[in-house]
Design a binder for this molecule. Sequence first.
Ligand SMILES: [Zn+2]
Ligand SMILES: [Zn+2]
Length: 406
Amino acid sequence: MASKIPEAATSTLDRLIEQAAARAVSIRHRIHARPEIAYEEFETASVIRSELVRLGIAPITDVPNAPTATLAVIGDVSKPCVALRADIDALPIREQTHLPYASTIEGRMHACGHDGHTAGLLATAAVLKEIASELPVCVKLIFQPAEEGGAGAERLVRAGILDATDRFGPDVRSIYGLHGWPGLPAHVISTRPGPMLAATDTFAITIVGRGTHGAYPHCGRDPIIAAAELVMSLQVIVARELDPTEPGVVTVGKLHAGTAVNVIPDEAHLEGTIRTLTRESRKNLRDAVARRAEAVARAHGCEAKITLRDGYPSTINDPAATAFVEGIARDVFGPAMCIPAARPSMGGEDFAYYLERVPGCFFMVGVRPEGQTDYPPLHSDRYDFNDAVLPTCVRMFIEIARRGGA
Ligand SMILES: [Zn+2]
Ligand SMILES: [Zn+2]
């Protein structure tokens, strides 16, 4: 639904975006100083809600099982509805940025830049409110809790926020979300059609043997030997059981056993993550982890107790919505500012749950300032969202709405 934008309108819009983004900087710093983790974002939600009220937009609250979620609908609800989403939660990390607006809550930090996403979507709300009558769509704003491991998106989808209800407004036709990306130069937009981020399943395995004296191993069943062999066996899954052209990761991130140098313990514990991009490889890798755990444990006269937990599904972008987003980026910022992501990332993102229900696109916005080679990565205790890209985030969201979604 791309249309030609008159120049005069664009310069007025530029001013609106500039003003809104300037205010978003102070809002971001406020949120940054008071970081709250999954489902505890009450203070953050109150900042979001009071800003919406200030803008004359009614916040929609009381989402079942997600009291810190906030929605808002802007524009004519008889028109098709496009959703824009920001995640609002922080991480259990002790901040080391020493910024004037650094976290004042011990052990909590906006180390993934969700403070920037939230402030950017509030600025978007401010601009949308001004141009609501000109929009070809109505826009549902989603301020979502608990992206970091809490599957907030899944709760919101289950609560029916994408569906037409009296409470949550019209049904969502397509959805868009962004993430600040330190690996890309500031203002660069990057995305790809199809798999963009990985499924994030986890496993926990207890190998049950029989403890004994370390000097008499033949009197017991050593779970540590089985665990050690299993760690190596799990690495063979990707090497031998997955199509070599298909991405996949099996990582053992925890390995615990034993209490004394001369004692063979009863049990050993392993935990890890399985990252895949397709439904098929997701099933195959999960099955292979369980099969190898059982077989290796049995080979050592031990038993394996296996728990496989569902993580987020793979984040799969709709091709048309992705082409639409890339088209906006090229059109508004120039072809050089849109760099298609050649490969997916094996990180995960709960935006996947929305994309399982409606078509849409998740895209990266570069945040690394020019010439700065040591910009901290996401989840670093030194990471800080780059305020300079707020206008870029707002502009992308505004154009998505102005051009009516894919
Ligand atoms: Zn994160
Ligand atoms: Zn994040």
